[in-house]
Write a protein that binds this ligand. Structure first.
Ligand code: GLV
Length: 312
């Protein structure tokens, strides 16, 4: 049987980038795009990002779903994914570094008051602002896993103090780490800049809420490059209104694209980017996916496998 990969990705731009890249890299493969794909009984290997509910039940012989991103929540929940199917995720240094660069830019931009200068320029206002230096600032990385560590290390290189929090203990040079529910509050009290890069799971859904914001130092800045489901939107707006947070940079939202009527759009303390912190690069990322495809064919172990119970 011909080698075959099927892609399920409602985001047309992202689907096209991956499909074009895969067709170029493996011209002999049959590459199909849901919902126009045929012969679903033949499909053993799927690639997916934000797949529609229930979709995997259409593929009775499915063995592997390769996420086209680092996040896998929308693959694991409500999709009819059978228990025996292996799920992999993208683990890619260039993607990690892209996210880290963006987070650093957001942090420095906030500290150096760049958004205010944009607003002032529109009104031709010439006004100085005090600013904050990295040496006096602690960045707290909420979710100090593979990507979180790259962010933390980039902040360290830029003279920030860095703390990190994760579900299980982690040891990273020069980063003060905390773990588990018991140490969460102690971690939050350190984070003048709180960077969320947690996986979205039942345990982390809504974790950026009023209680969390109130543990942060007054005037903290939130950067969310994880998932919109981490944020309780109303609590965030309240924390910005009452000055507990000085601002927020949000790259991800409960609904994407962010609906035009959402109050985040017009809040002057919020900087919005369209899920753009890092894009997986198919020309590079597909190499490991392909390695996993052949491993599946040979019955060998795959890499970058998701722990389905843990949810990431
Ligand atoms: C992007 O959000 C990803 O999951 O890689």
């Amino acid at each position: 049987m011909k080698d075959k990969i099927t892609i399920i990705c409602p985001n047309e731009r992202f689907a096209k980038a991956w499909t074009d890249s895969i067709r170029k890299q493996v011209p002999d493969f049959e590459v199909q795009l849901y919902p126009d794909d045929t012969n679903r009984n033949d499909v053993e290997f799927l690639m997916a990002f934000n797949p529609p509910q229930g979709v995997f039940s259409l593929y009775p012989n499915l063995k592997v779903v390769a996420s086209m991103g680092a996040g896998v929540r929308t693959i694991l929940t409500g999709t009819g994914l059978p228990e025996n199917v292996i799920v992999t995720k993208i683990v890619q240094p260039m993607h990690q570094r892209d996210i880290a660069d963006f987070v650093l830019a957001l942090a420095l931009g906030h500290m150096r008051r760049i958004p205010e200068f944009f607003h002032q320029q529109k009104e031709k206002i010439w006004r100085h602002h005090p600013f904050q230096r990295p040496q006096d600032t602690t960045a707290g990385i909420m979710g100090i896993g593979a990507i979180g560590k790259v962010i933390g290390e980039l902040f360290l290189k830029n003279d920030f103090k860095v703390t990190g929090w994760s579900r299980t203990p982690k040891q990273i040079d020069n980063i003060r780490t905390f773990y588990g529910d018991d140490q969460k509050d102690a971690f939050l009290t350190t984070a003048q800049i709180l960077v969320c890069i947690l996986p979205l799971t039942d345990a982390t859904e809504g974790i950026l809420n009023k209680k969390t914001f109130n543990q942060l130092p007054k005037g903290a800045f939130l950067i969310n490059v994880a998932r919109g489901g981490h944020v309780v939107d109303k609590d965030l707006i309240d924390a910005l209104d009452n000055g507990q947070l000085s601002g927020a940079a949000l790259d991800v939202f409960r609904e994407e694209p962010l609906p035009p009527e959402h109050p985040f759009w017009t809040n002057k303390k919020i900087l919005i980017s369209p899920h753009n912190a890092g894009n997986t690069h198919p020309d590079v990322a597909f190499r490991k996916v392909l390695q996993n495809y052949y491993a599946m064919k040979k019955g060998e172990p795959l890499v970058d496998v998701v722990d389905r119970k843990r949810g990431y």
